[in-house]
Design a protein around this ligand. Structure first.
Ligand code: ZN
Length: 198
């Protein structure tokens, strides 16, 4: 939604890794095993992929979705950005309850080709699970199982929550109530990006 609205490049480590996997690279195969079991791919690999991506797409502003996820990743991102004479303008923290997380994951469909995400409950995709943007197949992601979710929630608490105080300290942090519907969340995110772009 951000790419279409603002023409800003957006990526996530998940999207980059799925592409590696679909291309059948060694990295793609190795990291698929790790994420299948709910583990996090190492910071070294993630930061390296992000750096490559920045070199290709990072000229006119960019948004990362699901990155950084650890304090180490955040510090290394700051290093990468310093080399480019820029810094993190905005760190958006989407706060969602555990119940919301469980509901959303249980009904999530994702385009295998472009990463577009929608929900099983979205009526327009019920009979025809085809991506509206690229005609790719919409599938349930196989890392969405319950036990994987428990591991992810634990990793989130121990590794990702420390980022709150990191970005609070440098003034970039904005908390957003993510328990609302997609349009309400997007409107708030869009407002913050517009403000930040001024
Ligand atoms: Zn697609």
């Amino acid at each position: 939604m951000i790419t279409r609205h603002f023409a800003i490049s957006v990526t996530s480590p998940g999207a980059i890794l799925r592409r590696e996997r679909d291309l059948g690279t060694t990295l793609g195969m190795e990291t698929e095993e790790i994420s299948k079991h709910g583990g996090l791919v190492s910071d070294d690999i993630i930061v390296h992929l992000i750096e490559d991506w920045l070199n290709l797409h990072g000229q006119d502003g960019f948004v990362f979705d699901g990155f950084p996820r650890t304090l180490n990743q955040a510090q290394r991102l700051d290093g990468l950005l310093q080399n480019r004479q820029t810094s993190v303008d905005l760190a958006l923290w989407l706060e969602v309850s555990e119940g919301t997380v469980r509901d959303r994951i249980a009904s999530r469909l994702q385009c295998r080709r472009c990463g577009f995400t929608t929900s099983l409950t979205s009526a327009s995709f019920a009979d025809r699970a085809i991506c509206p943007y690229c005609d790719g197949p919409l599938i349930r992601r196989d890392d969405d199982d319950a036990s994987v979710l428990e591991t992810r929630l634990a990793e989130f608490k121990s590794k990702t929550e420390p980022l709150l105080s990191y970005y609070e300290k440098n003034g970039a942090l904005h908390r957003i109530d993510g328990n609302r519907d997609r349009d309400a969340v997007f409107a708030e995110v869009a407002g913050l990006i517009e403000e930040g772009a001024k």
